[in-house]
Design a protein around this ligand. Structure first.
Ligand code: E4P
Length: 214
């Protein structure tokens, strides 16, 4: 399973990129709204050093509007992936983008049929939102597992992005259940590093080194 970072914050993206673990970036309108910069400028900044997929979401809700917006976003850099919501209009747009060889990420996936439809329309990625399902008492991880099984049975090349990640166990479980990618907030990426025995081990090694016989 690969890591994307789920943020529009440039500093967070730079930090995660420097860690050497980053395969891509996802943004959404809520994340971009927190930043004090135009969306296009931020996408230019991100794609100046991130070579993997950078998801940029359209705002229009009708297919023609999504296609127009998506084409403009895709023109910013070759690694822009156009993110569209899981609606009939969204999938009409995905079909057109797929014919134009523009990569797509179908977002707001909450059941397996939505994922299958998106894949059949030609989506490059589908994004099941685990945390938001957990929030309403449904098991988000079961959804990843079901989508992974269906895609495997039918030899579907669309990649699964485990999204709406809230904590480190989501990462381990998503990897085990067959997600190809997890898109992870910066805070959770940093939580993945932590183990008290690692900290204690470093402390002990340093103490022993400093007390060594000269
Ligand atoms: C995915 O692409 C979305 O940007 C994201 O994972 C949504 O997560 P949230 O439920 O924490 O807003």
């Amino acid at each position: 399973m690969k890591f994307f970072i789920d943020t529009a914050n440039l500093e967070e993206i730079k930090e995660a990129h420097a860690l050497g673990i980053l395969s891509g970036v996802t943004t959404n309108p809520s994340l971009v709204a927190k930043e004090n910069i135009t969306f296009e400028d931020r996408l230019r900044e991100i794609t100046s050093f991130v070579t993997g997929s950078v998801s940029a979401e359209v705002i229009a809700l009708d297919a023609d509007g999504m296609i127009e917006e998506g084409k403009a976003l895709a023109a910013i850099a070759p690694n822009i992936t156009v993110k569209v919501p899981m609606t009939p209009d969204g999938l009409k747009a995905v079909k057109v983008f797929s014919e134009l060889n523009i990569k797509t990420n179908v977002t707001l996936i909450f059941n397996a049929n939505q994922a299958l439809l998106a894949a059949r329309a030609g989506a490059t990625y589908v994004s099941p939102f685990l945390g938001r399902l957990d929030d309403i008492g449904q098991n988000g991880m079961d959804l990843v597992s079901t989508i992974a099984d269906i895609f495997a049975i039918h030899d579907i090349p669309t990649e699964i992005i485990a999204a709406s990640i809230r904590h480190p166990m989501h990462i381990t479980d998503a990897a085990l259940k067959g997600a190809h990618i997890a898109t992870v907030p910066y805070k959770v990426i940093m939580q993945l590093f932590g183990h008290p025995l690692t900290d204690q081990g470093i402390e002990k090694f340093l103490a022993d080194w400093n007390n060594r016989q000269q």
